[in-house]
Ligand binder design. Structure first.
Ligand code: DI6
Ligand code: FE
Length: 412
């Protein structure tokens, strides 16, 4: 499209850059304009400067509204088949998530449905989920495999993920999560399944360039820390980044071991201890908070937010969208829950779904803040203050969504 190769200028904007080098809250620039060349931000300049320079390009008047970076959802499992509503009803009557998993439900329930689905069916059912996030302002989205648990089915899921990125206006970061649950073929033989992940699944995924990172579920109902610590080095040997679901339901000391691999992120963290906080701080690993799962599982123990904050660990916020523990296609709900349930400030929450989420996906150089040289992914909001984006749900305040310099109007 012509639009994406020309200079475009968004004028009369209040820009929440989320750039930490600016002292103002939200990294604000008041009464500025955003100059974009093709799909890259060329510069952010005061309106007065632009008026004296003159304007050469397509002009869009923001009308004094707020502009933020595109939202980034850095942890989802949104490709899956079937649903888990019956299990939710069981859980409401008192059966625990872990108990349902032990009885062969939970993740395995979704594995059975996902194995029976074709790649086309997975793409078709995932599309409206991704679309819901896009309509909320998401411009970059991480999606994990992990409901196939055979070489063929994990590859099928990752091909479906790749197709979503090709067919929708969103940047997708694809993650292999073969170590999500021990499949029934390997019951009691988790180590043998880890062998398959190391010897076959990771090499094939790397060779076909179907994922950029490898995740694990480090938990008593999934893989122990030694098993996870076989997966992470193997991923790195194949040039893939590593991350982990750690200390979600119990403290397995996964965060410490994960941090030693300079992981992109450590996710969940409800049971993280002091050693884990220090290890994340020392390694520069991003903590990914997933309050949707905490809320939906009615967990009692919160991640150690004050300690993470004091240690300077960057905190991202994501949906964890999945059918079992967080069936919510709303990054704004996750941001809201992060404030209300975990005690983040609205500014921390917005940074969590922009700047820190970009870091958690290895994209800090290109995404997550608004500054010269960054990709032109940004949102125009009809709000009086950016905290309103986090505070209030249900009414769509998103006026315009710009992805790689191209506007799609999402408002009705
Ligand atoms: N932790 C979670 O919250 C999800 N996966 C994980 O490792 C749950 C996935 C599911 O229940 O389907
Ligand atoms: Fe998850």
């Amino acid at each position: 499209l012509a639009e994406t190769t020309q200079t475009q200028i968004w004028i009369n904007a209040r820009i929440a850059t989320m750039d930490p080098t600016r002292a103002a809250p939200y990294g604000e620039f008041a009464n500025h304009c955003l100059v974009v060349n093709g799909d890259v931000i060329d510069r952010i300049v005061p309106m007065a400067e632009l008026e004296s320079e003159g304007v050469a390009g397509i002009v869009h008047d923001v009308g004094g509204r707020w502009v933020t970076p595109g939202l980034i959802d850095c942890h989802t499992h949104l490709v899956f088949a079937g649903n888990r509503v019956a299990e939710w009803e069981q859980r409401l009557s008192g059966v625990s998530y872990a108990e349902i998993a032990r009885l062969g439900g939970g993740i395995m329930n979704t594995v059975r449905a996902t194995r029976s689905a074709s790649e086309d069916e997975l793409v078709a059912s995932a599309k409206p989920r991704a679309q819901a996030l896009i309509e909320e302002g998401v411009t970059c989205l991480e999606i994990k495999s992990g409901y196939g648990l055979t070489t063929a089915d994990e590859l099928k899921m990752l091909r479906a993920v790749r197709r979503l990125g090709q067919e929708l206006p969103v940047e997708i970061s694809s993650t292999l999560l073969a170590a999500h649950a021990v499949p029934p073929e390997f019951t009691g033989g988790a180590d043998a399944y880890v062998d398959l992940i190391l010897n076959e699944i990771i090499p094939k995924v790397a060779e076909q360039q179907l994922a950029e990172a490898v995740d694990v579920f480090c938990e008593s109902i999934a893989f122990n820390v030694d098993q996870c610590d076989r997966v992470w080095p193997a991923a790195k040997r194949h040039g893939l980044a590593v991350k982990g679901h750690v200390e979600q339901l119990s403290n397995q000391h996964g965060a410490v071991r994960l941090a030693a691999h300079r992981a992109w992120s450590a996710d969940h963290l409800e049971y993280l201890d002091d050693a884990g906080v220090s290890a994340l701080a020392a390694s520069g690993t991003t903590a990914v908070l997933l309050p949707g799962a905490y809320y939906f599982l009615r967990q009692a123990k919160k991640p150690p937010i004050e300690k993470l904050r004091a240690a300077g660990v960057p905190m991202a916020v994501a949906t964890d969208y999945n059918p079992g523990t967080s069936p919510f296609a709303s990054i704004r709900l996750a941001m809201n829950l992060a404030c209300v349930l975990f005690g983040l400030t609205p500014e921390e929450s917005l940074a969590g779904a922009t700047r820190h989420a970009a870091t958690a996906l290895g994209r800090a150089d290109r995404l997550g803040t608004l500054a010269a040289g960054k990709q032109a992914d940004f949102l125009i909001w009809d709000v009086d203050h950016p905290a309103e984006i986090v505070c209030s749900l249900g009414v769509n305040r998103l006026v315009s969504r710009v992805f790689r310099g191209k506007t799609d109007d999402v408002a009705a």
